[in-house]
Structures are given as C-alpha cells and as structure tokens.
Design a protein around this ligand. Structure first.
Ligand SMILES: Nc1nc2c(c(=O)[nH]1)N=C([C@H](O)[C@H](O)COP(=O)(O)OP(=O)(O)OP(=O)(O)O)CN2
Ligand SMILES: [Zn+2]
Length: 117
C-alpha cells in the first residue's frame, strides 16, 4: 500500500552556482510543496501503513527549520535547489520513517524534484 502526506512551506533562496545573469542567482521566494511518499503493509489492527499523525510529527522539526527561512542559511542547504532540498529532507526523515520511498519537492506547481534514495 502507498500513502502520501503533503506539507507546504514558504521560503527565500538564491542559487549561488548559476551564472550571475541567471535570474535565480538573485534572492527570491517560493511557496514550496513537499510530498512524503511511504509504502508498506497495512497493519491489520490499525488499518494504517503509518499513522498520518506520526508522519506529521516526524516532519515538524524539518518544517520548523525550513518555513519562513532563507534556505541558504540552513545547515546543509547552501545550494538550495529543489533536488538538494529533497535529498536534505530524505536524509533527515528516513531514520524516523523508514517506510519512506520518495520525497518530492515542488518549487512551483510545474517544477519539482523527486528523490528515492
Ligand atoms: N533543476 C532545477 N532547475 C532549477 C531550479 C531547481 O531547483 N532545479 N531552480 C530554479 C529557480 O529556483 C527558479 O526560481 C525556479 O522558479 P521560476 O523561475 O519561478 O520558474 P518558473 O518556470 O515557474 O518561471 P515562470 O516565471 O513561470 O516562467 C531554476 N531552475
Ligand atoms: Zn527559486
């Protein structure tokens, strides 16, 4: 069974590795959307793969570090592309939620990165 929980956060960033002429070299912001996708058997007793409340609790400290921040200032996110944010979240959420099979980070409704480890 596959389950997904969606989170959102607002943040500013700039991409230091693109040329100065690239518009993303300048500080700007996004309304990010994160999907945590989990997979596993349905527990016969609870009917859950994982309780959505437990997923929310595992993501809460990461949300705290990301929401209304300048992502370049977050430890480990000096180059905060959607790809690197997805890896950053995976590395921190997977120990608490080993059923995680993908982290998807949307920078805009039409651009996203998906990391599967
Ligand atoms: N592979 C990646 N490419 C780009 C990333 C990224 O994380 N991974 N990031 C950016 C910039 O952050 C940029 O801000 C993306 O947003 P935006 O310029 O708003 O992109 P849109 O396509 O939505 O812009 P429109 O104004 O709607 O055309 C760039 N590349
Ligand atoms: Zn951007």
């Amino acid at each position: 069974m596959k389950i997904t929980q969606v989170f959102t956060f607002e943040a500013a960033h700039r991409l230091p590795k693109v040329p100065e002429t690239h518009r993303c070299h300048r500080m700007h912001g996004h309304s990010y959307r994160v999907e945590l996708r989990l997979e596993g058997p349905v527990d016969r007793e609870t009917g859950f793969v994982v309780d959505f409340f437990d997923i929310e609790a595992a993501f809460a400290p990461l949300h705290q570090q990301l929401d209304h921040r300048c992502l370049n200032d977050v430890a480990g996110l000096d180059n905060p592309t959607a790809e690197n944010i997805a890896i950053w979240i995976w590395d921190r959420v997977r120990p608490a939620l080993p059923q995680t099979v993908a982290v998807v980070v949307y920078e805009t409704p039409t651009c996203w990165a998906e990391y599967q480890g």
